[in-house]
Design a protein around this ligand. Structure first.
Ligand SMILES: C[S@@+](CC[C@H](N)C(=O)[O-])C[C@H]1O[C@@H](n2cnc3c(N)ncnc32)[C@H](O)[C@@H]1O
Length: 358
């Protein structure tokens, strides 16, 4: 693997995202338990699957222990990021070209379009919303006129997404925006909004490792599971009723760029097809059981904390029907309910391990 970008200020890595339920801080815990149980004689696995991959940090981490990784997520925005970090090759990405395009994008004049109209003065300042309009239109133009390959198009979109996250007037999720947009960061000694919100959006370059032999999908996990085979299946489904598409609808909307009609104060698009069964109490047990029944693998690891909506006795029943079960746990600090509260509290992060009986 070769690392390619050198200028530190101008680059970003796969783990530079605030994401609800990200396992970035739990990677050591996951590595220890997963390699101890599956990595016999330090031999790499043939295939590691991260089927609810979110940011993709787990899939990326396990590349060093596996000949191939497969990452999947129901959100198209996550698929795009996974493509970039897992599927880039020297053939499909010309980095010098991408760097030049990013420079062009950072120097565009603003235009008042879809983002300005819908997200200006709420999720973004009016200025940044109109810069996002020009940048997003230009990326689409590069693709339509074959100025970039499809993979380079994904790189530019990823760069835009990471840049948007930095200047958004949110706590990291887009199910609400903060007050005080348009005001100074400080007033009368009070901190009103994050300083970054008022800075001009700035696109950086991703740190890419060129070993693009991995596979990336944008499917419902319960469908994909019927099509794949692997040694290690890692599961990190949503564990409560907060739908990821509600938390990340602004990014998903800008990346899809179909410019749908938006509803309500929070400006969400019609998104029933992106809602997860794992966030519904009545559907989650059935969905989990179906997933496990269809899994063709040697080892299953499930991350699920002690506040999840699938009851422990159901998880244990379902996994025991597939093989032998062990449960590991670790205390973990989360902030509030994930909805932006700044109060820290402890949850118990559990890792259920099932050695599948053949
Ligand atoms: C807890 S997060 C995963 C976090 C990830 N492990 C990380 O470290 O960033 C759960 C993810 O599952 C995705 N998801 C929810 N339902 C899904 C489904 N039915 N099929 C595929 N992905 C799904 C969500 O979009 C979300 O990104």
């Amino acid at each position: 693997m070769s690392q390619v970008i050198k200028n530190k200020d101008n680059k970003f890595d796969v783990n530079n995202r605030k994401y609800l339920g990200s396992k970035y801080k739990l990677l050591d815990f996951l590595e220890e338990k997963i390699t101890k149980n599956c990595n016999k004689n330090d031999k790499k696995f043939d295939c590691f699957v991260d089927i609810f991959s979110g940011t993709g940090v787990v899939a990326n981490h396990f590349r060093k222990f596996s000949k191939k990784v497969i990452a999947n997520d129901i959100l198209y925005s996550n698929f795009v990021i996974n493509k970039v970090f897992l599927n880039s090759t020297k053939k499909n990405v010309d980095l010098e070209k991408v760097e030049n395009k990013i420079k062009e994008l950072n120097n565009l004049k603003s235009t008042k379009g879809y983002c300005y109209k819908n997200f200006g003065n709420s999720y973004f300042t009016k200025e940044n919303a109109s810069y996002i309009d020009s940048i997003r239109e230009k990326i689409e133009y590069y693709k339509k006129t074959n100025k970039v390959t499809e993979q380079e198009y994904f790189v530019l979109l990823t760069s835009l997404m990471f840049a948007i996250d930095k200047i958004a007037n949110t706590v990291g999720q887009y199910d609400a925006f903060l007050k005080h947009i348009g005001k100074e960061s400080y007033s009368k000694g009070k901190h009103l909004i994050d300083n970054n919100v008022n800075k001009k959006i700035f696109l950086k370059i991703p740190i890419i490792y060129f070993d693009g032999i991995n596979e990336v999908y944008n499917k419902d996990a319960n469908e994909l599971i019927k099509e794949i085979k692997c040694n290690v299946l890692y599961l990190d489904p949503p564990y409560n009723s907060r739908q990821y598409v509600d938390c990340y609808h602004v990014l998903e909307n800008i990346i899809r760029w179909e410019k749908p009609k938006l509803y309500g104060k929070t400006k969400k698009f019609e998104r029933d097809n992106l809602k997860s069964k794992y966030c519904r109490k009545t559907h989650s047990v059935y969905a989990f059981e179906d997933l496990i029944n269809n899994a063709d693998c040697d080892h299953i690891f499930l991350s699920y904390n002690d506040e999840g909506i699938i009851p422990d006795n159901e998880i244990e029943r379902i996994l025991k029907s597939k093989g032998d079960l062990k449960i590991y746990s670790q205390d973990y600090n989360v902030f509030g309910n994930g909805a932006g509260s700044s109060k820290k509290r402890k949850v118990i992060e559990r890792l259920f391990y099932c050695k599948v009986k053949k």
